[in-house]
Write a new protein. Structure first.
Length: 310
């Protein structure tokens, strides 16, 4: 397994494991505080049902130190998740035991930076996905294991603001743990920065980036010519694929009033777009609409024309 696929697999597993449960909006009464995970996260239990809840709120962990209980309707609670599955809860507890408190501390500082720089609330999952990732990275670097990110250029292109925040996060990690964070790892951290404030998880972003590059390779085969990563054609294609796949994952519609006309006017490119759509559908377990296929066909038409005119 390559360095990037192993890291991508780890991020994907963590994203699927953490906080699988439900948001219990009708919860009332006192919750027993079992553990203060960090300044912003505490683990609690409802005494009557023995159900476990993870509570999130800025400074809630710090302010609850010394307390045995917290009211389920405490205004400091921003979000709460119920751990329904016992096996997942056991994995969750195991994860907490393995996390270095210093990793949790630096992660919360980075998350505060993300919230401030992006000006949006963060997804609670980042409080566990990020420290898990950081701890794994520090371990790899201390043991001389190489981190390679063949999608670094695309990540910097698609997520410039998030990449800058990730670069600052890398500096914070480097200073805290006395390790040198390579730029390739900044690319992986960018996924966590973006997913912290968005609806696409870090694991999904790894999938999307790998898939985008496979699509590019297929298109280059059809064109019988490579695309320069610095070309405007490449930039337009990557950005289109990024937003298209994010729309699909978020079940957002993109209407194309000319989809039927596109299929009639440029049938060759439309057939190729259908093949790519099938590839995306199978990989992400989604359905790509005919409207999206039409837009993709237009991009392919421009790309093939650019080869003809070079």
């Amino acid at each position: 397994m390559t360095a990037v696929s192993f890291l991508g697999f780890f991020v994907l597993i963590m994203g699927n494991l953490l906080l699988r449960g439900g948001i219990d909006v009708g919860l009332t009464g006192q919750l027993r505080i079992d553990r203060i995970v960090g300044n912003n996260v505490i683990l609690t239990m409802e005494p009557n049902s023995s159900r476990e809840y993870v509570l999130f709120g800025k400074g809630i962990g710090f302010s609850c130190k010394g307390q045995k209980f917290i009211d389920a309707e405490d205004p400091r609670i921003e979000k709460r998740y119920r751990l329904d599955d016992r096996d997942k809860a056991l994995h969750y507890h195991s994860l907490l035991e393995e996390l270095d408190p210093e990793v949790v501390q630096i992660s919360e500082q980075i998350i505060d930076e993300i919230r401030e720089r992006l000006g949006t609330p963060v997804d609670p999952k980042v409080y566990f996905a990020l420290p898990s990732h950081i701890q794994f990275v520090v371990y790899r670097l201390r043991n001389g294991m190489e981190i390679v990110n063949p999608f670094l250029y695309e990540t910097k292109m698609c997520y410039p603001q998030e990449f800058k925040i990730a670069a600052k996060a890398a500096k914070m990690i480097s200073e805290k743990f006395d390790v040198t964070i390579p730029e390739d790892e900044v690319g992986f951290l960018t996924y966590h920065v973006y997913s912290a404030a968005g609806s696409v998880t870090a694991g999904q972003m790894v999938q999307l980036t790998e898939l985008m590059n496979e699509i590019v390779e297929r298109i280059e085969g059809w064109r019988e010519a490579p695309m320069s990563k610095k070309s405007s054609d490449y930039a337009r294609l990557i950005m289109h694929l990024r937003y298209m796949m994010e729309r699909i994952l978020q079940n957002k519609e993109s209407e194309n009033p000319f989809s039927a006309e596109i299929k009639d006017k440029i049938p060759t490119e439309h057939r190729k777009a259908e093949l790519i759509a099938k590839m995306i559908g199978e990989r992400l377990n989604v359905k790509v609409s005919t409207d999206e296929i039409g837009y993709l066909a237009m991009h392919l038409y421009r790309l093939f024309r650019s080869v003809d005119t070079e």
